[in-house]
Design a protein. Sequence first.
Length: 202
Amino acid sequence: MIREGLKQLLELEDDIKVIAGFPDGRTAVEKYSEVKPDVVLMDINLPSLNGLEATELIRKIDSDAKIIMLTIHQDREYLLKALDLGAMGYILKHSDSKVLVEAVRSVYNNQTYIQPNMASELVCEYKRIKSVASNRSENLLTRRELEVLKLLTKGLLNKEIANILYISEKTVKNHISSIFRKLDVQDRTQAAIYAIKHSIGD
């Protein structure tokens, strides 16, 4: 009933035609090469193979497959997993028909489409990953190295850093060498860019 309803809804649009529909993930995978759809609308909750598993297998058959996940799940975990497996779209079943049509057209045109009210989940995940990366970087460096890096980022010379921290220039050089090694950078500019990018020393 759901598949038939979606078919009727989509085919109200002049530029969209539903060429096949399958009751489970395994059949969808087996028939994919035969049907060769421009866009796949994939439910996550499917028998035999769930939508995520089917998406992964279809992408192995065709790395250019354009798949939209249609789901009841608003959890960030499902969204990120779907995108990680190569899905280009993620929309909720209770969405307005305009959202569904827009998603199909966007993905057909090689654009990623995420349910508008779920886009914030990606922003939260980006911030989380950035925070983790920053914390890891900061944990690599000693307190003194962080102080040196912060001053280095401001463009100060070794002598100026030494005067501010009341240490010798040789000690500053040693700290900078250690910073370069730990952050896997080659020079002061790269170190400064790394620090700014990861908000180290703010």
